[in-house]
Design a protein around this ligand. Structure first.
Ligand code: AMP
Ligand code: MG
Length: 407
C-alpha cells in the first residue's frame, strides 16, 4: 500500500495545464486572470464633483457671499465649460469640474434660495480641492489594475468594467469527463429491478467537479463490458475536447473489474494501486491512449459512492483547482471529538464529520461509521475528520484535524 500523499502527487503530475481563453466579464467571475490587466484609461477618467452642489473658486467663497449661478452641469454633460470669476456653476455628483473651478460647495453648505435660484449664498468658507475627485486619483492609465493570477470576484469585475474592459484573459476551466461503470446501474427516474441500484456517482462527481471550478460532462455509464467501455470512451475522447477523465467503479479486487481490465494493453497506461486509506483504498491514475492516438489523463476512483466522493476530495480537487489557478488546499482546522472512534491501523481514515461551533470552540462528531456505502451520512456531513494511519483509537475529548467541505 502507498501513502495518500504519494497518490495525490501522482494525480497532480497528470493534471494538464489550463488553456487561456478570453471571456466576457460576466462569465469570468470565479476564474484566475491569465495576464496582467493594465488600465487602458485613468479612473476617474476626468476630474469631477463628488457632491451635488456648486463648482466655485474656493478663494471667492465665504460666509454670506452670494454669487450668480451661470451654468447647470448634470452628470453626463460632455461640453467643456469654463467658470468665469465671480460666478458659480450648479453641479451634480459625477459631473465634470469646469475649467477655472477648484472646489465644490455642497448644496448643504448654501442657504436661502436652494437649487432653483439664479444665485447662491454660501454659509462658510471653502478650501481648494474640497469634494473634487481628481482624474487618475483611483488608478492612472497604464498602471496594472489586476495582477495575473488574481481570482476574479465581484469587485474585480466592477473594476474591469469601470475601465471599459469588456473581456479578460483567464485560465479556462478544464473539461472533465466522468464515466461510471457497473452492470447493476440504472438511471434515476427509470424502473428498478431486483439487483439493480440507481446510478449516483456520475452526477455526484460532476457536481464536485463543477464546484471545484472545472467543466464536467457525464458520459452515459457503461456496463461491466471491456469492449463496450473501450469503444464508448475511445469514440468520445477522439473528439479531442476532454482534458481529464474520471471513472468510478471497477477497480477493486473482485471479478468483473471492468476499468482494471479495460485500461491495460494498448488502450491505457494506468497504474492501479492500493492506497493506505479508508474509505477509498483501490485507486488508479495514468493515461488513456485513444484509437486516434490521443493521450488523455485519467483518474480511476472506486465505485462505492462514499469512497468515490472522498477520493475525489482527497486526490483530485486540490490538483484540479491548482491547475485552474484557484486557491487549492482546503483550510484545515482542529476540533474536539465529541464521541470516541475506532480507526483501522495502517490506514489513514477520512471519517465523515458534523461540526458544531459554540463560543468559538469547535467540536466534531463522526457520522455514519466506516461503511463506504453510507451516502446518507456523507450527505449530512460537513467535514472530513482526518485520522493518521498509525492511530487505532481516538477518545472523546481528543483534538482531531478536520477539513470543512463547504465551497
Ligand atoms: P465497484 O467499485 O464497481 O466494485 O463498486 C463498488 C460498490 O459501489 C458496488 O456496491 C456498486 O454497486 C457501487 N457502485 C459502483 N458504481 C456506482 C455508481 N456509479 N453509482 C452508485 N453505486 C455505484
Ligand atoms: Mg462495479
Amino acid at each position: 500500500m502507498i501513502p495518500v500523499d504519494a497518490h495525490r502527487a501522482t494525480v497532480a503530475a497528470l493534471m494538464p495545464a489550463a488553456r487561456r481563453v478570453r471571456m466576457r466579464l460576466a462569465e469570468a467571475a470565479g476564474r484566475a486572470l491569465a495576464d496582467d490587466l493594465r488600465a487602458p484609461i485613468s479612473l476617474p477618467p476626468f476630474t469631477n464633483s463628488s457632491m451635488d452642489g456648486y463648482a466655485v473658486r474656493a478663494a471667492e467663497v465665504h460666509s454670506g457671499v452670494t454669487l450668480p449661478v451661470a451654468e447647470d452641469i448634470p452628470a453626463g454633460r460632455t461640453d467643456a465649460l469654463v467658470l468665469a470669476p465671480g460666478t458659480a456653476h450648479r453641479i451634480m455628483t459625477g459631473a465634470p469640474l469646469p475649467v477655472g473651478a477648484d472646489a465644490i460647495v455642497p448644496v448643504e453648505a448654501t442657504s436661502g434660495q436652494g437649487f432653483d435660484a439664479t444665485h447662491v449664498c454660501f454659509t462658510g468658507d471653502a478650501s481648494a480641492g474640497q469634494f473634487v475627485r481628481r482624474a487618475g486619483s483611483d488608478i492612472e492609465a497604464g498602471e496594472v489594475a489586476l495582477e495575473r493570477g488574481t481570482v476574479i470576484g465581484p469587485a474585480q469585475v466592477g473594476l474591469a468594467a469601470a475601465l471599459g474592459v469588456p473581456t479578460v484573459s483567464v485560465l479556462a476551466p478544464l473539461r472533465v469527463l466522468v464515466l461510471s461503470t457497473g452492470s447493476e446501474l440504472v438511471t434515476p427516474g427509470e424502473p428498478l429491478s431486483p439487483g439493480q441500484i440507481y446510478e449516483s456517482n456520475s452526477v455526484m462527481l460532476a457536481a464536485a467537479i463543477r464546484a471545484a471550478g472545472a467543466d464536467a460532462e457525464s458520459l452515459r455509464f457503461v456496463p461491466d463490458d471491456v469492449a463496450h467501455l473501450r469503444r464508448v470512451l475511445g469514440e468520445r475522447l477522439d473528439a479531442g475536447d476532454v482534458d481529464l477523465v474520471i471513472t468510478s467503479g471497477g477497480v477493486s479486487a473482485g471479478a468483473y473489474e471492468v476499468v482494471k481490465e479495460a485500461f491495460t494493453g494498448g488502450f491505457a497506461d494506468v497504474d492501479f494501486v492500493k492506497v493506505a486509506m479508508q474509505p477509498g483504498m483501490p485507486q488508479g491514475a495514468g493515461h488513456i491512449v485513444t484509437p486516434g492516438r490521443r493521450r488523455v489523463p485519467v483518474v480511476t476512483l472506486p465505485g462505492n459512492p462514499v469512497s468515490s466522493l472522498v477520493s475525489f476530495e482527497v486526490f483530485v480537487r486540490e490538483p484540479l483547482r491548482a491547475a485552474l489557478g484557484l486557491p487549492a488546499r482546503r483550510p484545515r482546522r482542529t476540533a474536539v471529538l465529541a464521541a470516541g472512534v475506532q480507526s483501522i491501523p495502517g490506514k489513514r481514515q477520512f471519517l465523515r464529520g458534523a461540526l458544531t461551533s459554540t463560543d468559538g470552540n469547535d467540536s466534531v462528531i463522526a457520522v455514519g461509521g466506516h461503511g463506504s456505502h453510507f451516502l446518507r451520512w456523507m450527505a449530512s456531513a460537513d467535514c472530513l475528520i482526518d485520522i493518521a494511519p498509525e492511530v487505532e483509537e481516538v477518545v472523546a475529548g481528543a483534538t482531531v484535524t478536520v477539513v470543512p467541505l463547504a465551497d
